[in-house]
Design a protein around this ligand. Structure first.
Ligand SMILES: [Zn+2]
Ligand SMILES: [Zn+2]
Length: 166
């Protein structure tokens, strides 16, 4: 019996989604919890070579910065987060300056004038750091939370916490 190749079916599979479908997918990507998104992308790049090539092009590059004695350009993760300044940066580009504070954030007690820790609770809480950034100062330069960094240097890639043993 001759095998019937259903061309309509296969071309249907490869057809791009219509606009409504595409919008629904984009919305789903935006609200998807990061860990679930990461798992599903990893699953797809392992099983689908087109997806693998597309994501490699987006996310993997070659560092222009060559360390002494380093072997020929090894692939690096292109987009990384700096542990010092918290910014996202392109690790394949050289000469990107990192501006950061190397001290600790401390409460400026003068800014909490009427704050009695016995009845209002501690001054140094994540909520207060977020809501009153001008009430905290860096020990390195005495500037407030969101001031521009007082040190400059190279970005330091944040380690992948998901791989760390807790
Ligand atoms: Zn500083
Ligand atoms: Zn940085």
């Amino acid at each position: 019996m001759p095998r019937v190749v259903d061309l309509t079916q296969s071309s249907d599979d490869a057809a791009p989604a219509d606009n409504a479908q595409l919008r629904a997918l984009e919305d789903a990507i935006r609200v998807c919890p990061t860990d679930i998104l990461v798992e599903s992308v990893i699953r797809l790049v392992r099983t689908d070579h087109t997806v693998q090539r597309a994501f490699s092009k987006e996310l993997v590059g070659v560092s222009k910065k060559r360390k002494n004695n380093a072997p020929a350009a090894a692939p690096v993760a292109k987009w990384q987060t700096c542990d010092q300044c918290g910014e996202h940066y392109d690790a394949t580009e050289e000469d990107q300056e990192c501006c950061y504070h190397d001290g600790e954030l401390e409460v400026d007690e003068e800014c909490f004038e009427d704050h009695d820790e016995d009845c209002h609770g501690p001054m140094d809480t994540p909520a207060n750091r977020r809501d009153w950034p001008e009430n905290f100062k860096w020990t390195c330069c005495d500037e407030t939370t969101n001031s521009e960094g007082c040190r400059t240097g190279e970005h330091v890639p944040k380690q992948d916490k998901r791989r760390r043993v807790r």
